[in-house]
Design a protein around this ligand. Structure first.
Ligand code: HEC
Ligand code: HEC
Length: 290
C-alpha cells in the first residue's frame, strides 16, 4: 500500500481517499443524505432521552440506586415493584385462606390444593431437589419420596414434621434414632449369617436357621419381628426390596458392622410456615402419600 495524493476518479467523478493497493484506488463516496439526516435526528433524540429517562449513573439522582431519575419519573425498579405488588395482592387472597385451612381442608378445595402444589413444587426445586432429585426420586442415601415406602411415615402430618424438624438434625425436636454398630457386638460369621438372612428374607426366601435367632435377638426391636420396619424409629422395612444403602450381602454386612445414618436438615427456621405446609402437601402428592 502506498500513500498517494487525493485525486478525482475519472469514471465516477468522486474524490479518492488517496489509498491505493496494486493500482486499485479507494473512492471517498460521501454518506447518502437520507442516512445523515437519520443520524442527526438520532443524536437530537438521544439528548431528549437523557432528560426523559434515567440515564447517567450519579451518586445523587434516584437515591438508593444512583443514576439520574429523568423527568418521566420512570425506572425499571419501580416497574418491578409494581409488578411484584400485583402478584403479592393476587397471592394474598389465597395465602390467608390457605393459612386458615387444615391439611384436609386444603386437599378438598381444588383451588387451594392447586395453590399449595404450585408453591410446594417451587420450594421443592429451590431447597430439596439438590438431595432428593428434581422429581423427588432420590438417590443412594437420599430416600425416594415418590414411592409409598416411608422411613418416618407418609401422612401429610408425618411429612410436615419431618420437613420442619429434620432427621438427626441439630434441631431440638429432630426425628432421631441410631442403629448400633454391631462390629464389636457380633462376630464376623454371625454378621455374615445375619446379612444372608436379611437378603434371603427380602428375596422372599424364609430361612429358619441361625440367622433368624440372631435377627430376633438383635434387630427385631427396631426393624420389627417380620422385618417390616418401624416408622416411629425410622427403621427401614428390610423385606420390601427397596434399599436405602443397598441390598447385596456385602452392603448389608457393611450396614450391620458400621451403620450409615442419613441426615436431613430442619427447615423450620429457614422457610415460612406456609411454605412448610405447602411442601408437606406437595411431597404427599408425589405418589406415595399415606
Ligand atoms: C436401634 C434401632 C436399630 C437396631 C437395633 C438395628 N437397626 Fe438397622 N437400622 C436402623 C435405622 C434407624 C436404620 C436407617 C438408618 C438411616 O436412615 O440412615 C437402619 C438401617 C438398616 C439397614 C439399611 C436398610 C437399607 O434400606 O439400606 C439394614 C440392612 C439394617 N438396618 C439391618 C439391621 C440388622 C441386620 C440389625 C440387627 C443386627 C439391625 N439393623 C439393628 C435401626 C436399627
Ligand atoms: C442435605 C440433603 C437433604 C436436603 C437438602 C433435604 N433432604 Fe430430605 N432427607 C435427606 C436424607 C438423608 C433423608 C433420610 C434420613 C434418614 O436416614 O432417615 C431425608 C428424608 C426426608 C423425608 C423422609 C422420607 C421418609 O421416607 O420418611 C422427607 C419427607 C424429606 N426428606 C423431605 C425433604 C424436603 C421437603 C426437603 C426440602 C425442604 C428436603 N427433604 C431436603 C436429605 C436431605
Amino acid at each position: 500500500m502506498t500513500q498517494n495524493e487525493k485525486k478525482i476518479d475519472e469514471f465516477t467523478g468522486t474524490e479518492t481517499t488517496g489509498h491505493e493497493w496494486d493500482g486499485i484506488t479507494e473512492l471517498d463516496t460521501p454518506m447518502p443524505r437520507w442516512w445523515l439526516i437519520v443520524f442527526y435526528v438520532c443524536i437530537i433524540w438521544s439528548v431528549g432521552y437523557w432528560f426523559w429517562y434515567p440515564t447517567w449513573p450519579t451518586f445523587s439522582g434516584d437515591g438508593e440506586r444512583g443514576g439520574t431519575v429523568g423527568s418521566a419519573q420512570w425506572t425499571q425498579y419501580k416497574q418491578l415493584e409494581e409488578a411484584q405488588a400485583e402478584i403479592k395482592a393476587l397471592r394474598a387472597e389465597y395465602e390467608s385462606r390457605f393459612e386458615a385451612a387444615s391439611f384436609k381442608g386444603v386437599q378438598s378445595d381444588p383451588t387451594l390444593y392447586a395453590f399449595a402444589l404450585a408453591g410446594g413444587k417451587s420450594a421443592f426445586g429451590d431447597n430439596c431437589a439438590t438431595c432428593h432429585g428434581t422429581g423427588g426420586a432420590g438417590a443412594s442415601g437420599y430416600p425416594n419420596l415418590n414411592d409409598d415406602d416411608w422411613l418416618w411415615g407418609g401422612t401429610v402430618d408425618d411429612i410436615y414434621q419431618t420437613v420442619s424438624y429434620g432427621i438427626r438434625s441439630p434441631h431440638d425436636e429432630t426425628r432421631f434414632s441410631e442403629m448400633p454398630a454391631f462390629a464389636d457386638i457380633l462376630s464376623d460369621s454371625e454378621i455374615s449369617d445375619l446379612a444372608g438372612f436379611v437378603a434371603a428374607k427380602a428375596a422372599g426366601v424364609d430361612m429358619p436357621d441361625i440367622g433368624a435367632t440372631l435377627y430376633a435377638d438383635n434387630c427385631a426391636v427396631c426393624h420389627a419381628d417380620n422385618a417390616g420396619g418401624d416408622k416411629t424409629l425410622g427403621a427401614p422395612n428390610l423385606v420390601d426390596a427397596i434399599w436405602f444403602y443397598g441390598g447385596t450381602q456385602g452392603e448389608i454386612e457393611a450396614q450391620i458392622k458400621k451403620p450409615k445414618h442419613g441426615m436431613m436438615p430442619a427447615w423450620q427456621d429457614r422457610l415460612s410456615e406456609n411454605t412448610l405446609r405447602q411442601l408437606a402437601i406437595y411431597v404427599h402428592s408425589l405418589g406415595g402419600g399415606e
